[in-house]
Design a protein around this ligand. Structure first.
Ligand code: FMN
Length: 373
Protein backbone atom coordinates (compact mmCIF):
# COMPACT_ATOMS: atom_id res chain seq x y z
CA UNK A 1 0.00 0.00 0.00
CA UNK A 2 2.77 2.41 0.95
CA UNK A 3 4.63 1.72 -2.31
CA UNK A 4 1.48 2.41 -4.26
CA UNK A 5 1.18 5.85 -2.64
CA UNK A 6 4.82 6.61 -3.36
CA UNK A 7 4.45 5.59 -7.03
CA UNK A 8 1.26 7.60 -7.38
CA UNK A 9 2.79 10.76 -5.96
CA UNK A 10 6.08 10.43 -7.84
CA UNK A 11 4.27 9.69 -11.11
CA UNK A 12 1.78 12.57 -10.68
CA UNK A 13 4.16 15.20 -9.40
CA UNK A 14 7.43 14.41 -11.13
CA UNK A 15 7.26 11.80 -13.86
CA UNK A 16 4.05 12.51 -15.74
CA UNK A 17 4.62 16.26 -16.13
CA UNK A 18 8.08 15.58 -17.57
CA UNK A 19 7.10 12.62 -19.76
CA UNK A 20 4.13 14.53 -21.15
CA UNK A 21 6.52 17.20 -22.47
CA UNK A 22 7.90 14.74 -25.02
CA UNK A 23 6.48 13.19 -28.16
CA UNK A 24 4.10 10.39 -27.08
CA UNK A 25 5.61 7.73 -29.34
CA UNK A 26 9.11 8.45 -27.98
CA UNK A 27 7.85 8.14 -24.42
CA UNK A 28 6.12 4.89 -25.32
CA UNK A 29 9.47 3.56 -26.63
CA UNK A 30 11.41 4.73 -23.54
CA UNK A 31 8.97 3.16 -21.09
CA UNK A 32 8.95 -0.04 -23.08
CA UNK A 33 12.76 -0.17 -22.98
CA UNK A 34 12.66 0.28 -19.19
CA UNK A 35 10.09 -2.53 -18.93
CA UNK A 36 12.22 -4.84 -21.10
CA UNK A 37 15.31 -4.05 -18.97
CA UNK A 38 13.54 -4.79 -15.68
CA UNK A 39 11.67 -7.81 -17.04
CA UNK A 40 14.88 -9.50 -18.20
CA UNK A 41 16.47 -9.34 -14.74
CA UNK A 42 15.43 -11.32 -11.70
CA UNK A 43 16.01 -8.39 -9.35
CA UNK A 44 13.96 -6.20 -11.72
CA UNK A 45 11.01 -8.58 -11.66
CA UNK A 46 11.25 -8.93 -7.87
CA UNK A 47 11.35 -5.17 -7.48
CA UNK A 48 8.25 -4.69 -9.64
CA UNK A 49 6.39 -7.49 -7.92
CA UNK A 50 7.16 -6.31 -4.39
CA UNK A 51 6.26 -2.71 -5.09
CA UNK A 52 3.32 -3.03 -7.51
CA UNK A 53 1.52 -6.37 -7.57
CA UNK A 54 -1.49 -7.15 -5.38
CA UNK A 55 -2.84 -10.67 -4.94
CA UNK A 56 -6.04 -11.91 -3.30
CA UNK A 57 -7.95 -15.20 -3.67
CA UNK A 58 -11.22 -13.31 -4.33
CA UNK A 59 -9.75 -12.06 -7.62
CA UNK A 60 -8.86 -15.48 -9.04
CA UNK A 61 -10.86 -17.05 -11.89
CA UNK A 62 -10.49 -19.86 -14.36
CA UNK A 63 -11.80 -19.72 -17.92
CA UNK A 64 -11.21 -21.90 -20.98
CA UNK A 65 -8.38 -23.74 -19.28
CA UNK A 66 -6.57 -20.53 -18.28
CA UNK A 67 -5.95 -19.37 -14.70
CA UNK A 68 -6.32 -15.65 -14.10
CA UNK A 69 -4.81 -14.46 -10.81
CA UNK A 70 -6.80 -11.28 -11.20
CA UNK A 71 -9.15 -9.84 -13.85
CA UNK A 72 -6.88 -7.00 -15.03
CA UNK A 73 -5.08 -7.44 -18.36
CA UNK A 74 -2.94 -5.30 -20.61
CA UNK A 75 -4.82 -4.57 -23.84
CA UNK A 76 -3.49 -5.12 -27.35
CA UNK A 77 -1.46 -2.22 -28.72
CA UNK A 78 0.94 -1.31 -25.90
CA UNK A 79 3.29 -4.25 -26.41
CA UNK A 80 2.98 -4.67 -30.15
CA UNK A 81 6.05 -6.88 -30.61
CA UNK A 82 5.64 -8.88 -27.40
CA UNK A 83 8.73 -7.57 -25.63
CA UNK A 84 7.25 -7.07 -22.16
CA UNK A 85 5.97 -10.55 -21.41
CA UNK A 86 8.43 -11.01 -18.53
CA UNK A 87 7.74 -7.62 -16.90
CA UNK A 88 3.93 -7.50 -17.14
CA UNK A 89 3.18 -10.32 -14.65
CA UNK A 90 5.51 -8.68 -12.13
CA UNK A 91 3.62 -5.39 -12.56
CA UNK A 92 0.53 -7.15 -11.26
CA UNK A 93 -1.40 -7.93 -14.45
CA UNK A 94 -3.54 -11.07 -14.40
CA UNK A 95 -3.13 -11.60 -18.16
CA UNK A 96 -1.52 -9.87 -21.11
CA UNK A 97 -2.36 -9.41 -24.77
CA UNK A 98 0.40 -8.66 -27.26
CA UNK A 99 0.09 -7.24 -30.78
CA UNK A 100 -1.68 -6.52 -32.93
CA UNK A 101 0.68 -8.73 -34.91
CA UNK A 102 0.12 -9.08 -38.63
CA UNK A 103 1.05 -11.94 -40.97
CA UNK A 104 3.75 -9.96 -42.75
CA UNK A 105 5.72 -7.13 -41.09
CA UNK A 106 3.95 -3.78 -41.18
CA UNK A 107 5.58 -0.32 -40.89
CA UNK A 108 2.36 1.40 -39.84
CA UNK A 109 1.36 4.95 -40.72
CA UNK A 110 3.86 7.82 -41.08
CA UNK A 111 4.84 9.70 -37.89
CA UNK A 112 3.54 11.57 -35.95
CA UNK A 113 0.81 9.05 -35.20
CA UNK A 114 0.10 9.34 -31.47
CA UNK A 115 -1.28 12.31 -29.49
CA UNK A 116 -2.43 12.91 -25.93
CA UNK A 117 -5.87 14.48 -25.43
CA UNK A 118 -5.49 15.62 -21.84
CA UNK A 119 -8.94 17.15 -21.28
CA UNK A 120 -10.65 14.10 -22.78
CA UNK A 121 -8.42 11.66 -20.82
CA UNK A 122 -7.71 9.91 -24.08
CA UNK A 123 -4.98 8.99 -26.52
CA UNK A 124 -5.53 9.68 -30.20
CA UNK A 125 -3.94 6.74 -31.98
CA UNK A 126 -3.00 6.54 -35.64
CA UNK A 127 -0.29 3.89 -35.39
CA UNK A 128 -1.78 1.76 -38.16
CA UNK A 129 -0.64 -1.64 -36.89
CA UNK A 130 3.14 -1.07 -36.88
CA UNK A 131 4.77 -4.37 -35.88
CA UNK A 132 7.58 -6.69 -36.90
CA UNK A 133 5.34 -9.43 -38.26
CA UNK A 134 4.24 -12.86 -37.10
CA UNK A 135 7.39 -14.82 -37.96
CA UNK A 136 9.86 -12.74 -35.99
CA UNK A 137 7.61 -12.30 -32.97
CA UNK A 138 6.46 -15.93 -32.71
CA UNK A 139 10.03 -17.19 -33.09
CA UNK A 140 11.18 -15.12 -30.11
CA UNK A 141 8.21 -16.09 -27.92
CA UNK A 142 8.68 -19.80 -28.59
CA UNK A 143 11.66 -20.02 -26.23
CA UNK A 144 9.98 -18.20 -23.32
CA UNK A 145 7.76 -19.26 -20.41
CA UNK A 146 4.89 -17.09 -19.27
CA UNK A 147 3.65 -16.63 -15.74
CA UNK A 148 0.16 -15.45 -16.73
CA UNK A 149 -2.12 -16.16 -19.71
CA UNK A 150 -0.79 -14.67 -22.94
CA UNK A 151 -3.14 -13.51 -25.69
CA UNK A 152 -1.92 -13.13 -29.26
CA UNK A 153 -3.82 -10.35 -30.99
CA UNK A 154 -3.66 -10.78 -34.78
CA UNK A 155 -4.74 -8.52 -37.62
CA UNK A 156 -4.21 -8.14 -41.34
CA UNK A 157 -1.30 -5.88 -42.26
CA UNK A 158 -2.09 -2.28 -43.15
CA UNK A 159 -0.82 -2.56 -46.73
CA UNK A 160 -2.72 -1.62 -49.85
CA UNK A 161 -1.93 -4.91 -51.61
CA UNK A 162 -3.79 -6.77 -48.83
CA UNK A 163 -7.04 -4.87 -49.35
CA UNK A 164 -8.76 -7.57 -51.45
CA UNK A 165 -10.67 -9.84 -49.07
CA UNK A 166 -8.84 -13.04 -50.05
CA UNK A 167 -5.42 -11.38 -49.54
CA UNK A 168 -6.54 -10.02 -46.17
CA UNK A 169 -7.68 -13.47 -45.04
CA UNK A 170 -4.34 -14.91 -46.19
CA UNK A 171 -2.50 -12.49 -43.93
CA UNK A 172 -4.68 -13.37 -40.91
CA UNK A 173 -4.03 -17.07 -41.62
CA UNK A 174 -0.29 -16.47 -41.87
CA UNK A 175 -0.29 -14.79 -38.47
CA UNK A 176 -2.54 -17.47 -36.96
CA UNK A 177 -0.36 -20.35 -38.16
CA UNK A 178 2.88 -18.66 -37.07
CA UNK A 179 1.64 -18.70 -33.47
CA UNK A 180 0.67 -22.35 -33.40
CA UNK A 181 1.89 -23.66 -30.03
CA UNK A 182 2.65 -20.17 -28.73
CA UNK A 183 0.48 -18.25 -26.25
CA UNK A 184 -2.79 -19.18 -24.55
CA UNK A 185 -5.49 -17.53 -26.66
CA UNK A 186 -5.93 -15.66 -29.92
CA UNK A 187 -7.67 -12.35 -30.44
CA UNK A 188 -8.91 -11.71 -33.95
CA UNK A 189 -8.78 -7.95 -34.32
CA UNK A 190 -11.38 -6.91 -36.90
CA UNK A 191 -11.62 -3.33 -35.71
CA UNK A 192 -8.44 -1.33 -36.23
CA UNK A 193 -9.69 2.12 -37.25
CA UNK A 194 -6.39 3.22 -38.80
CA UNK A 195 -5.83 1.07 -41.88
CA UNK A 196 -5.88 1.82 -45.63
CA UNK A 197 -8.64 -0.65 -46.37
CA UNK A 198 -10.96 0.33 -43.48
CA UNK A 199 -12.52 -2.47 -41.42
CA UNK A 200 -13.90 -4.90 -44.04
CA UNK A 201 -14.04 -7.84 -41.60
CA UNK A 202 -16.41 -5.97 -39.32
CA UNK A 203 -19.06 -6.59 -41.99
CA UNK A 204 -20.95 -9.83 -41.24
CA UNK A 205 -20.42 -11.29 -44.74
CA UNK A 206 -16.65 -10.79 -44.69
CA UNK A 207 -16.41 -11.78 -41.03
CA UNK A 208 -18.13 -15.04 -41.88
CA UNK A 209 -15.54 -15.74 -44.61
CA UNK A 210 -12.68 -14.93 -42.24
CA UNK A 211 -13.99 -17.20 -39.49
CA UNK A 212 -14.60 -20.04 -41.96
CA UNK A 213 -10.98 -19.78 -43.09
CA UNK A 214 -9.61 -19.54 -39.55
CA UNK A 215 -11.70 -22.47 -38.35
CA UNK A 216 -10.24 -24.62 -41.12
CA UNK A 217 -6.80 -24.30 -39.49
CA UNK A 218 -7.94 -23.83 -35.89
CA UNK A 219 -5.62 -25.12 -33.20
CA UNK A 220 -7.38 -27.49 -30.79
CA UNK A 221 -7.99 -26.18 -27.28
CA UNK A 222 -6.73 -22.68 -27.97
CA UNK A 223 -9.51 -20.19 -27.32
CA UNK A 224 -10.39 -17.53 -29.88
CA UNK A 225 -11.62 -14.05 -28.98
CA UNK A 226 -12.94 -11.42 -31.40
CA UNK A 227 -12.29 -7.71 -30.85
CA UNK A 228 -15.05 -5.37 -32.05
CA UNK A 229 -15.27 -1.70 -32.93
CA UNK A 230 -17.35 0.39 -30.53
CA UNK A 231 -19.55 2.37 -32.88
CA UNK A 232 -21.52 -0.03 -35.01
CA UNK A 233 -25.33 -0.23 -35.15
CA UNK A 234 -26.91 -2.79 -32.79
CA UNK A 235 -28.14 -4.79 -35.80
CA UNK A 236 -24.56 -5.24 -37.01
CA UNK A 237 -23.31 -6.10 -33.53
CA UNK A 238 -26.09 -8.67 -33.16
CA UNK A 239 -25.26 -10.22 -36.53
CA UNK A 240 -21.58 -10.48 -35.56
CA UNK A 241 -22.46 -12.02 -32.19
CA UNK A 242 -24.67 -14.58 -33.93
CA UNK A 243 -21.77 -15.46 -36.23
CA UNK A 244 -19.46 -15.77 -33.22
CA UNK A 245 -21.81 -18.39 -31.78
CA UNK A 246 -22.01 -20.19 -35.11
CA UNK A 247 -18.22 -20.25 -35.45
CA UNK A 248 -17.61 -21.29 -31.84
CA UNK A 249 -15.80 -18.15 -30.83
CA UNK A 250 -14.96 -18.40 -27.12
CA UNK A 251 -14.86 -14.77 -26.12
CA UNK A 252 -15.44 -11.21 -27.22
CA UNK A 253 -13.54 -8.00 -26.55
CA UNK A 254 -15.44 -4.70 -26.36
CA UNK A 255 -13.92 -2.63 -27.78
CA UNK A 256 -11.28 -1.04 -29.96
CA UNK A 257 -10.60 2.70 -30.41
CA UNK A 258 -13.51 4.97 -31.35
CA UNK A 259 -13.72 7.11 -34.46
CA UNK A 260 -16.79 8.91 -33.14
CA UNK A 261 -15.81 12.58 -32.74
CA UNK A 262 -19.26 14.02 -32.07
CA UNK A 263 -18.40 14.96 -28.49
CA UNK A 264 -14.96 16.22 -29.51
CA UNK A 265 -15.74 18.67 -32.33
CA UNK A 266 -12.59 20.80 -31.82
CA UNK A 267 -10.44 17.77 -32.66
CA UNK A 268 -11.40 18.31 -36.27
CA UNK A 269 -10.10 21.92 -36.16
CA UNK A 270 -6.49 20.79 -35.86
CA UNK A 271 -4.98 19.35 -39.01
CA UNK A 272 -2.64 17.06 -37.05
CA UNK A 273 -5.68 15.43 -35.43
CA UNK A 274 -7.21 14.60 -38.80
CA UNK A 275 -6.64 10.86 -38.40
CA UNK A 276 -6.89 8.35 -35.61
CA UNK A 277 -9.13 6.62 -33.11
CA UNK A 278 -9.61 7.66 -29.49
CA UNK A 279 -8.97 5.52 -26.42
CA UNK A 280 -9.88 6.17 -22.79
CA UNK A 281 -12.80 8.18 -21.49
CA UNK A 282 -14.56 8.82 -24.84
CA UNK A 283 -14.97 5.06 -25.20
CA UNK A 284 -16.30 4.31 -21.76
CA UNK A 285 -20.05 4.67 -22.20
CA UNK A 286 -20.05 2.96 -25.61
CA UNK A 287 -18.21 -0.12 -24.39
CA UNK A 288 -20.31 -0.36 -21.23
CA UNK A 289 -23.42 -0.47 -23.38
CA UNK A 290 -21.89 -3.16 -25.59
CA UNK A 291 -20.93 -5.33 -22.61
CA UNK A 292 -24.39 -5.02 -21.07
CA UNK A 293 -26.00 -5.83 -24.40
CA UNK A 294 -23.81 -8.87 -25.18
CA UNK A 295 -24.19 -10.25 -21.66
CA UNK A 296 -27.97 -10.02 -21.91
CA UNK A 297 -28.25 -11.36 -25.43
CA UNK A 298 -26.00 -14.35 -24.80
CA UNK A 299 -25.68 -14.95 -21.06
CA UNK A 300 -22.66 -17.15 -20.25
CA UNK A 301 -21.99 -17.88 -23.93
CA UNK A 302 -18.79 -15.84 -24.17
CA UNK A 303 -15.98 -14.82 -21.90
CA UNK A 304 -16.39 -11.04 -22.13
CA UNK A 305 -13.33 -8.81 -21.92
CA UNK A 306 -14.19 -5.17 -21.28
CA UNK A 307 -12.15 -2.15 -22.22
CA UNK A 308 -12.46 1.57 -22.41
CA UNK A 309 -11.57 4.29 -19.95
CA UNK A 310 -10.66 2.17 -16.95
CA UNK A 311 -8.76 4.50 -14.62
CA UNK A 312 -10.09 3.25 -11.27
CA UNK A 313 -11.32 0.14 -9.44
CA UNK A 314 -14.84 1.61 -9.54
CA UNK A 315 -14.83 1.62 -13.36
CA UNK A 316 -13.37 -1.88 -13.60
CA UNK A 317 -16.01 -3.07 -11.13
CA UNK A 318 -18.77 -1.34 -13.09
CA UNK A 319 -17.75 -3.24 -16.21
CA UNK A 320 -17.71 -6.52 -14.26
CA UNK A 321 -21.15 -5.91 -12.78
CA UNK A 322 -22.45 -5.16 -16.28
CA UNK A 323 -21.28 -8.60 -17.43
CA UNK A 324 -17.53 -8.52 -18.09
CA UNK A 325 -15.48 -11.51 -16.92
CA UNK A 326 -12.17 -9.75 -17.42
CA UNK A 327 -11.00 -6.18 -17.96
CA UNK A 328 -8.16 -4.70 -20.01
CA UNK A 329 -6.54 -1.29 -20.06
CA UNK A 330 -3.88 0.93 -21.60
CA UNK A 331 -4.87 4.59 -21.22
CA UNK A 332 -5.48 4.35 -17.46
CA UNK A 333 -1.90 3.21 -17.00
CA UNK A 334 -0.55 6.10 -19.08
CA UNK A 335 -2.53 8.74 -17.15
CA UNK A 336 -2.35 7.24 -13.63
CA UNK A 337 1.01 5.42 -13.60
CA UNK A 338 2.03 1.75 -13.64
CA UNK A 339 0.96 1.13 -10.03
CA UNK A 340 -2.67 1.57 -11.08
CA UNK A 341 -3.05 -2.16 -11.87
CA UNK A 342 -2.31 -3.15 -8.25
CA UNK A 343 -4.45 -0.28 -6.97
CA UNK A 344 -7.41 -1.42 -9.07
CA UNK A 345 -7.06 -4.99 -7.86
CA UNK A 346 -6.90 -3.86 -4.23
CA UNK A 347 -9.93 -1.64 -4.82
CA UNK A 348 -11.86 -4.48 -6.45
CA UNK A 349 -11.52 -6.63 -3.33
CA UNK A 350 -12.97 -3.77 -1.25
CA UNK A 351 -15.87 -3.26 -3.66
CA UNK A 352 -16.65 -6.98 -3.69
CA UNK A 353 -16.81 -7.00 0.11
CA UNK A 354 -19.01 -3.90 0.17
CA UNK A 355 -21.56 -5.59 -2.08
CA UNK A 356 -21.38 -8.89 -0.21
CA UNK A 357 -19.72 -10.86 -3.03
CA UNK A 358 -17.21 -13.55 -2.15
CA UNK A 359 -15.35 -13.51 -5.46
CA UNK A 360 -15.23 -11.67 -8.79
CA UNK A 361 -17.31 -14.42 -10.36
CA UNK A 362 -20.20 -13.63 -8.01
CA UNK A 363 -20.21 -10.00 -9.13
CA UNK A 364 -20.29 -10.60 -12.89
CA UNK A 365 -23.49 -9.19 -14.40
CA UNK A 366 -24.94 -8.45 -10.95
CA UNK A 367 -26.04 -4.92 -11.91
CA UNK A 368 -26.90 -5.55 -15.53
CA UNK A 369 -30.60 -5.84 -14.93
CA UNK A 370 -30.70 -2.16 -13.99
CA UNK A 371 -29.18 -1.09 -17.29
CA UNK A 372 -30.91 -0.67 -20.61
CA UNK A 373 -28.93 -1.45 -23.70
C1 FMN B 1 -1.27 3.43 -28.14
C2 FMN B 1 -2.37 2.46 -28.45
C3 FMN B 1 -2.18 1.49 -29.43
C4 FMN B 1 -3.20 0.58 -29.71
N1 FMN B 1 -2.98 -0.40 -30.64
C5 FMN B 1 -3.87 -1.41 -30.76
C6 FMN B 1 -3.60 -2.55 -31.56
O1 FMN B 1 -2.54 -2.66 -32.19
N2 FMN B 1 -4.53 -3.53 -31.62
C7 FMN B 1 -5.71 -3.49 -30.92
O2 FMN B 1 -6.49 -4.44 -30.99
N3 FMN B 1 -6.00 -2.42 -30.16
C8 FMN B 1 -5.12 -1.39 -30.06
N4 FMN B 1 -5.40 -0.32 -29.24
C9 FMN B 1 -6.72 -0.24 -28.58
C10 FMN B 1 -6.67 -0.77 -27.16
O3 FMN B 1 -6.39 -2.14 -27.11
C11 FMN B 1 -8.01 -0.53 -26.44
O4 FMN B 1 -9.03 -1.18 -27.17
C12 FMN B 1 -8.36 0.94 -26.28
O5 FMN B 1 -7.22 1.72 -26.05
C13 FMN B 1 -9.33 1.14 -25.12
O6 FMN B 1 -8.76 0.85 -23.88
P1 FMN B 1 -8.21 2.00 -22.89
O7 FMN B 1 -9.28 3.04 -22.80
O8 FMN B 1 -7.91 1.33 -21.61
O9 FMN B 1 -6.97 2.53 -23.55
C14 FMN B 1 -4.42 0.64 -29.00
C15 FMN B 1 -4.60 1.63 -28.02
C16 FMN B 1 -3.61 2.53 -27.75
C17 FMN B 1 -3.84 3.59 -26.68
Amino acid sequence: MIFSWIYRIVYRVAMRPVLFLFEPEKVHEWLKSLGIYLGEREWGRKFLKTTMAYEHPALEQEYLGMNFKNPMGLAGGFDKNAELTQALPAMGFGFMEVGSITGVPCPGNPKPRLWRLLKSKSILVWYGLNNRGSEEVSERLRSLDFEIPLGINIAKANLEELNPIDKGIEDYLKAYKAFEGVGDYFTINISCPNTVGGEPFAEPKEFNLLMQALNSVREANKPVFVKFAPEMPWSQFNALLDLCVEHQVDGIICANLTKNREDHPNLNDKPEFEHGGMSGLPLRQMTNEMIAHAYRKYPNQFVIIALGGVFTAEEAYRKITLGANLVQMITGMIFEGPQVVGEINRGLVKLLKQDGHRTIKDAIGSKNKLQDS
